[in-house]
Design a protein around this ligand. Structure first.
Ligand code: SF4
Ligand code: SF4
Length: 391
């Protein structure tokens, strides 16, 4: 009986949780009421056109709009109601605070949502070093001559293919499941408030274009966003492009190598001119330069942009990208030297740490943002519900 009461209580708490706004959500709702009367920033990004379709803002509307925003700062620098005005409007900061709540709310498994609070720079570094140490122990089990200074070893001499697969396959499959469950929960919540219509091919094409071109990082006028001050810069857009496409090329390099191994029976190491090597080198350089620039932009960002509390999470993710790409390029340059085993362990450790934290770090923002952009392209093709109400 007690268990049944608890279940009923949990269900009621959950239901209320869907209705009651958190303090951060209530603050976004307050500020959006002001913006809805002002509408000066209408052309800046997708948030404002979505806002004008609403007179009030429920929890799901706010989750949807918070993930349409990417804290570019343009509307803060343009705002006549920002600090020191009594209205204290700061859309990028209040949206960022809600975004963190959405990452936690839609995390799967739920208990892992708290990782978002601790997913910082030091955790990223310590996790990488611990995993690198663990991988070194596995290497030593496979090859007792790992640190024999007279020998230059190959990759499979220190860690065979089966060990590599058994280390990474479970993590990769878990990532797919965790990110998929989070995306499903997020979409289930924002779809009803953006019109229960599936994306048409036109809407899907537009959303894909907006995602891949990072359209809303152009500030709405093509000159870019603000970062440190009132001047516009395209640096953030370029850095995101380099990081994203670098990551995808590295992923493509691994996928092609897997195809070579299993389908064509071709074993690594591959020649410099082979497809996996070329994709990996171009991807690695792009990923490294993009993430270094992201780190610079993050550290020099205006203090009122975004949520300062989330800096450790952002920097932790960026640090893992830098570690994974720099050690990967290091292996390309020094793979034939005696430093290879240590560099290889560090590279694998950083990739493992990156994939372990992927569903609970900044990466999830890309997933929820993509989903919000799809719903935005669907919603904008429908008649405004405000007009329908007037009829
Ligand atoms: S951010 Fe400021 S200027 Fe922009 S729409 Fe809102 S209130 Fe107006
Ligand atoms: S900070 Fe940038 S992305 Fe966010 S609402 Fe303002 S203009 Fe749009």
């Amino acid at each position: 009986m007690q268990a049944l009461n608890q279940l009923v209580q949990d269900a009621m708490d959950t239901a209320q949780g869907h209705l009651v706004l958190s303090p951060n959500e209530a603050e976004v709702a307050r500020q959006l009421q002001i913006c809805n009367a002002c509408r000066y920033c209408e052309g800046f990004c997708a948030v404002f056109p979505a806002m004008t379709r609403r007179l009030s803002f429920e929890k799901n509307d706010i989750h949807y709009m918070a993930n349409l925003c990417h804290s570019c700062g343009a509307c803060l620098h343009a705002c006549q109601y920002a600090d020191p005005h009594d209205f204290q409007v700061n859309i990028p900061q209040s949206m960022a605070k809600v975004r963190l709540e959405t990452y936690q709310a839609y995390a799967w498994p739920k208990s892992m949502g708290k990782w978002y609070q601790h997913n910082g720079l030091w955790i990223a570094i310590c996790l990488t070093l611990s995993l690198a140490f663990f991988i070194t122990l596995i290497m030593l089990r496979q090859n007792a001559q790992l640190f024999d200074s007279t020998k230059v070893l190959g990759f499979y001499d220190v860690l065979n293919h089966n060990a590599l697969v058994s280390l990474f396959a479970p993590i990769f499959l878990f990532d797919v499941l965790a990110l998929g469950m989070g995306l499903y929960a997020f979409l289930s919540n924002i779809t009803p408030v953006t019109g229960e219509v599936a994306p048409s091919s036109e809407a899907a094409m537009e959303a894909t274009h907006n995602m891949l071109s990072l359209k809303y990082l152009d500030g709405g006028h093509g000159e870019g966003c603000n970062n440190e001050d009132d001047t516009f810069t395209l640096a953030k857009r370029r850095a995101h492009h380099m990081t994203f496409y670098g990551f995808m090329l590295c992923f493509a390099a691994t996928s092609v190598a897997t195809f070579y191994h299993y389908a064509l029976g071709l074993q690594a190491p591959y020649a410099w001119s082979s497809l996996p090597k070329l994709l990996g080198i171009v991807g690695g350089v792009s990923l490294l330069l993009g993430s270094l620039e992201l780190a610079r932009l993050n550290l020099s960002r205006h203090k009122d942009h975004g949520d300062a509390k989330q800096k450790p999470m952002d920097l932790g993710f960026i640090a893992l990208l830098i570690l994974a790409s720099s050690t990967g390029l290091g292996l390309w340059l020094m793979g034939q030297t005696k430093l290879m085993p240590l560099l290889y362990a560090l590279h694998l450790g950083s990739i493992m740490a990156l994939f372990l934290t992927l569903p609970y770090g900044k990466f999830a923002h890309g997933i929820y943002r993509g989903a919000s952009l799809v719903r935005f392209s669907v919603e904008k093709r429908q008649a405004s519900r405000l007009i329908l109400k007037e009829d």
